[in-house]
Design a protein around this ligand. Structure first.
Ligand SMILES: Cc1ncc(COP(=O)(O)O)c(C=O)c1O
Length: 353
């Protein structure tokens, strides 16, 4: 608290990111990073970028990156918006498209940055409870609203929603923007990108932090109709003209173009996930169905907070959410390598003995 702070700052409840511990030799399974490094082509592109041209500003419109993303999805460049991580893209989305007189709707259990943006921009919202089995029921969103947002697969549950359900919602909800946050979609969930040319109020957000192994580069994007993209560009050009620096642009373009590497690493993560779920169930865990690079699991007799602390003593970091209460029994575990899964399972077996 300080007399120098503005009113808005006094009232903010900032987002708390997952811990980035400064210790070596940890098995770090807490922030859904990819266990595999970025494509070697990304590293090459970054090396080339370390040059005299760094004295010049980057392209404020990121045209080359937008084109690479548009080509990936057979869209046009004016259907692509890029930003400094999808968190920045989402921030602009909340301000540009989700602030209206009617409340924004999103699930009661979801990405915990959404209420933070609502606080920052003064957006009123209504929480829509997930069903008992933690799934999203699209019927619940068919009511007057100023916008709808949820991740698919949802976070931190990892549960995917079928594309047919998303289309059912879009058919009914035509008067406000529907945002599908597809941060984790590439790990086995159906993408709504294929519906973009059909529904002008659909916006899909993606990140290069997860499936493209580039959390450290900070690049995310949104895909939608030109009129939605224009709104985001207007906010961006009133905030920061150059959110994508020269490294981010070069690295992201190389990552988008190396489809072979992307598909190979995603497949490996999905295979490891399958094995991990199997082993956790053998240890008495209940694991929610996952279409993401993480799983949400609870043990029949041990509490989520307790397990998180005990794993930490063994240098394994997973994520635990104290609230809402309904998810407190669970731990969220990022899918690592097969070797990391093995260490996790061995540690849990010892703890549960
Ligand atoms: C659902 C969801 N959306 C968006 C993001 C933001 O990712 P980034 O800002 O790294 O692109 C995350 C990060 O964990 C997430 O879980």
């Amino acid at each position: 608290m300080s007399k120098f702070w503005s009113d808005v700052v006094h009232k903010l409840t900032p987002y708390v990111p997952g811990e980035q511990p400064k210790l070596d030799n940890l098995v770090k399974l807490n922030t859904n990073e990819n266990p595999y490094g970025p494509s070697p082509k990304v590293i090459e592109a970054l090396k080339l970028e370390a040059a005299d041209s760094l004295r010049l500003y980057p392209d404020p419109n990121s045209d080359a990156l937008k084109l690479a993303i548009a080509e990936t999805y057979q869209l046009k460049s004016n259907q692509v918006f890029v930003g400094n991580g999808s968190d920045e893209v989402l921030a602009h989305v909340f301000q540009a498209l989700l602030k209206h007189d009617k409340p924004l709707l999103y699930p009661d259990i979801t990405y915990s940055f959404y209420p933070v943006y609502c606080g920052l921009y003064g957006i009123q919202y209504q929480l829509i409870p997930l069903a008992k089995d933690f799934t999203i029921n699209v019927e619940d969103y068919m009511q007057p609203n100023g916008g709808i947002i949820f991740p698919n697969p949802n976070a931190p549950t990892g549960i995917p929603l079928a594309l047919t359900e998303i289309e059912r919602l879009l058919q009914k909800n035509t008067e406000s923007v529907v945002v599908i946050d597809e941060a984790y979609v590439d790990f086995g969930t159906e993408s709504a990108v294929t519906l973009i040319n059909k529904y002008p109020n659909l916006l899909v957000t993606h990140t290069l932090s997860k499936a493209r192994s580039l959390a450290g580069l900070r690049v995310g994007y949104a895909l939608g109709s030109p009129e939605l993209i224009e709104a985001l560009t207007r906010v961006k050009d009133s905030f920061n003209s150059y959110p994508i620096d020269r490294f981010a642009s070069a690295g992201a373009i190389a990552a988008m173009q190396d489809t072979v590497y992307f598909e190979k690493t995603c497949k490996q993560v999905v295979a490891t996930r399958k094995g991990l779920i199997h082993d956790l169930m053998n240890l008495g865990f209940e694991v929610l169905p996952s279409g993401a690079n993480f799983i949400f699991a609870k043990h029949q007799s041990r509490d989520g907070a307790e397990l998180t602390n005990l794993l930490r003593e063994k240098s394994i970091i997973v994520r635990h959410f104290k609230t809402p209460k309904r998810i407190a029994p669970y731990i969220r575990v990022t899918i690592g390598t097969d070797a990391q899964s093995k260490l996790l399972i061995e540690a849990l077996a010892e703890i549960l003995q």
